[in-house]
Design a protein around this ligand. Sequence first.
Ligand code: ZN
Length: 223
Amino acid sequence: MNIFVCLGKVAAGKGTRLEALKKKGVLNDRFVTISVGQVLRNAEKDNPELYEKIKESMEAGKLVSNKIVCELVFHKINSYQKMGKDVVLDGFPRNKKQAKALLENFKDDKIRMIVFNITDDEVIERTSHRLYCPVCGSTYTDNDLKPPKVEGVCDKCSGVLTRRDDDKQKVVEDRLLSYKKETKPAIDWLLKQPNVVSLFLPQPVTLADGTLKDPELEYFFNL
Ligand SMILES: [Zn+2]
């Protein structure tokens, strides 16, 4: 089976671009997306024993260990593969240890890595303009890119728009640093593995009607 690994800095547009391909029908029923954040949040009902350990780490302000993250993600991959699905991993592996474990555990699968390219300056620029609706989760910007119809108010539910804690400059800088220290070495390592096919994606073009033109990404999922 195919395992697609989607990696990129914060605000590289992974979620938006995968979502656009879903709407277009390119990412169809053959694929299932696994987001690590979602897996950790769902662990409470999926795997209560493990969840206790996760909670301890999080409450102590620590990162959840590689071992636990891998255990949860691999369990998910296995169960979807049994259903005959190609898996799209969003935000995993986050470091070289996780990358090695992925390749060791899924030796018979084709690993396809997609790196969503974006410069640090673009990350800072993007995150400084992002707004979101805490009620329904819709996202906007306070510049011309995707403004709400009425300033500060959600188009869909009239919620009051706010900034994510994640988008505050200090947090963004920390995440860029951890990307350089942790994720970049994982990407460099994966590039050298003979059974990994890689694609470095440029930013997509936004058309006049707001849809994305993203031919390289589309092509890669159709391989
Ligand atoms: Zn809303």
